[in-house]
Design a protein around this ligand. Sequence first.
Ligand code: PLP
Length: 404
Amino acid sequence: MKYINKRLTMEKVNFQRIAKKFGTPFYCYSYSKLKENVSNFKKNFKSFSPLICFAVKSNTNVNLIREIKKFGLGADVVSLGELMMAIKAGIKPNKIVFSGVGKTSSELNFAINKKILLINAESLSEIMEINRLAKLKNKKVRVGVRLNPNTDAKTLNQISTGKKENKFGVNKNTFHKIVDFCKSSKNIDLKCLSVHIGSQILDHRPYGKMLKAVSHILDKTNHQFEFIDLGGGMGINYSDKNKELNYKKYNTAINNFLKKHKVKIIFEPGRSIIGNTGILISKVIYIKDSGRKKFIILDAAMNDLMRPALYGAFHMTLPVIKSSKISNKPYEFVGPICESTDKFITLKKFQKLEENDLIAICDVGAYGMSLSSNYNLRPKPIELLIKGSKINVIRKRQKYTEII
Ligand SMILES: *Cc1c(COP(=O)(O)O)cnc(C)c1O
């Protein structure tokens, strides 16, 4: 993305042109960026060629998942809906892993029938349920167990998942109990140990600690695992100040781990694959001067992009057409929804905006549209995929007739 003749442009189309044609707000993704991200991810870990399962919850658009499938990725799903979507996008069940703390019997049944690669169980009760269902079908089911390694991912509290106070995975004691149970079961084939310590991780050291915890428990477990699923969580650069995850060091730590443990590695990246491919374009409806600051009231809101309201997340915000005039007051970018948290960002300095101007909220490819809702009965925005100079509608704008 860059400014060409002062117009913010993705690949070969500028957002002003798209807005004229499709209206606002809209999500827009770059195909070439997606391709680049996948290729970089593979390159970072090419010494042990892992199975890369895209975390579908980060972006559930079937057309995007289809493109991701064409790059050879599998899927990590966390619900029946996501499992069905991954299959609809053409991902083969033998490249799908199913995570989540609360899979119901019908979700498990569907996964068993589809013979997916792994059901990653997160409790002893879930293992018992899988065993019961598999027995009824007289089948042997490939299973993983998610370990809670009690490692602090050093990320936002709300997206931390690997500490003992988090609901995810099982502790060491339960892990050993589950291994013993699985070994005695005719219907469970224990293939994998999985971990996922959180999201938006920019420091490689928690991953090192996580690997140590996994290595330690493997040493104490008398079972040969075929797979170690290291989850996702690789962070992206949302602001200029942010540092980047040191993939080299993570890769080195995994290679050291692999010297000791002969296993195949699985990753479940979401954000690092899709996060920086997407942008949300919105129009300024009104500008309201409140004395100290001006409210820039947008036609996009927290129902379209929840991350700022949910986590206080920062998203770079840019003008779609650049000018050199600077605002005389701080700008607070807000949506029309009846909640005070319906606010994207406050900026002390921004170029001077007028009503009807367009602004771009960056890096919304992950947990943007997938977290959207119809709150305030607002229809969900249209999604577009840019390939060079081509604009593909990959999901239509929701119609009022669909929600009323
Ligand atoms: C959310 C999630 C992921 C993906 O996390 P990212 O930070 O988007 O890479 C992977 N695995 C599991 C189990 C998850 O819940």
